[in-house]
Design a binder for this molecule. Sequence first.
Ligand SMILES: Cc1cc2nc3c(=O)[nH]c(=O)nc-3n(C[C@H](O)[C@H](O)[C@H](O)COP(=O)(O)O)c2cc1C
Length: 183
Amino acid sequence: MNFDEIIKNRRSARAFTEKDVSEEQVKKILDSGIKAPSARNRQPWKFYILNEEQKTHIMNMLFEWDKLNPKEKTSVKGTAQQIKTANKMIMIYSDNYSSKSKNKNYKKPDYISLGCAIENMSLQAIDLGLGSCILCDTLYIEDEINEYLGIKNFEQICGFIIGTPIYNYPPKIKKNLKELLLN
Ligand SMILES: Cc1cc2nc3c(=O)[nH]c(=O)nc-3n(C[C@H](O)[C@H](O)[C@H](O)COP(=O)(O)O)c2cc1C
């Protein structure tokens, strides 16, 4: 696939076939993630590759949270449903970099770096004929997930699911560049 096709075909995949995503494919996706640019080359990313049992447990925790919080009107239930059919799931963390700087924005560059890595991962998945979806809804149960996985010193950024999409999702409507230009 050429670059334009990869950009055009990247869609958040919502449901997946039962086809296995191999360990090599997961490794290739992560290898592309960690080649991303990062502020001061800090490479703040950390990854936890979930096994099937852990993936299912986190999915159930999300379903449970949704049941207990019906008034919140979130997309948590939909996210849990997506996890159900996903073949692999990775939790993405930021390292615990802290700064003595008084600049209140000192963490922002790391978040941008993480976004760069995650987008590389999404695009690599497309090139492998796979699909993926970034899941920030895991943050509703951030503490519970971290406790379950025994993660203490890292900041949870999102979940990332991978699989073979059940069909080719059509391109989503995006804003026109004209409305986005500030000058
Ligand atoms: C930071 C971020 C967090 C997201 N979190 C979720 C999520 O928790 N659940 C979900 O179903 N989709 C999530 N998405 C996917 C978005 O819904 C999706 O990117 C958006 O609707 C645009 O669709 P597209 O990616 O197919 O172009 C997230 C995307 C981003 C970039």
